[in-house]
Design a protein around this ligand. Sequence first.
Ligand code: UTP
Length: 296
Amino acid sequence: MAANVRKAVFPVGGLGTRFLPATKAIPKEMLPVVDKPLIQYAVEEAAAAGIEEFIFVTSRGKTAIEDHFDHSHLLTTSLEASGRQDLVALIEDWLPGPGQVAYVRQMSPLGLGHAVWCARHLVGDEPFAVILPDDLVQAETPVMAQMVAAHAEMGGNLVAVMDVPREETRRYGILDVAHDDGRLAEVSGLVEKPDPADAPSTLSIIGRYILSADVFAELDAMEPGAGGEIQLTDAMARLIGRMPFHGLRYEGRRFDCGDKLGYLEATVAFALARDDLGPGLASYLSSTVRATGEES
Ligand code: UTP
């Protein structure tokens, strides 16, 4: 049986250029889906999977994230004074405890592989999770909990995967598959952002990984890959054959919140799922869609 996964790395060093001007002064990871920032969804998902240490790889301009994971004494005191214990619970109850959160600066946005490598001393020599907060997954069992359960069986490296239309392969890391039982795909190769004609499959990696610490030695080489960035996919690919490597078809609906349309879809889906907002939004959406249909 594989070792427990106790640590998660959250790479939040990117520039978020697709959301400018919103991300000029606010980190992309602090954008809310309904009323909760993306990074809080990610941390809650990790906590639900049993993660105990939360490592953020940040960059300049990301201090709002640190503030979000700290007590706000001023706010708490004033809410308590006005009897709003419900709101105090909303800002306090999910916070990791002192010493459970660590930050490291990436210093230059050289790519996802480089961001993960920056966390090497904080991770040490044990398997660890990587969660990209802009990939948001709506699921009955949080996707990282599904992965931790699969990793306990399989060990090695595990990535969450979904099937994409072939014309979209150039947006993802794509699996070459040796064997597939419909839930777990055994990986024989990985290609970052291939042209549709060259893609070995349409099974693509979303922003959830459980990795062996051996990946750090592969990242040490700092070889730039697709787009001139240091790619995590390339370093993972060099571990294939040395340890088990699987793609898990998770259960749930994934939204790419780094993209404007994906972000809007996530907002609608998460609001529709809520008792306080769902019915009102559903009736607004259906009347708007009807009116648009009548106009066209
Ligand atoms: P993206 O490819 O979405 O890049 O990164 P980005 O900079 O965040 O956004 P755009 O494309 O400019 O709009 C995927 C994830 O990898 C992290 C990002 O923070 C995001 O969580 N990342 C990317 C880093 O931490 N460092 C990097 O150098 C690059």
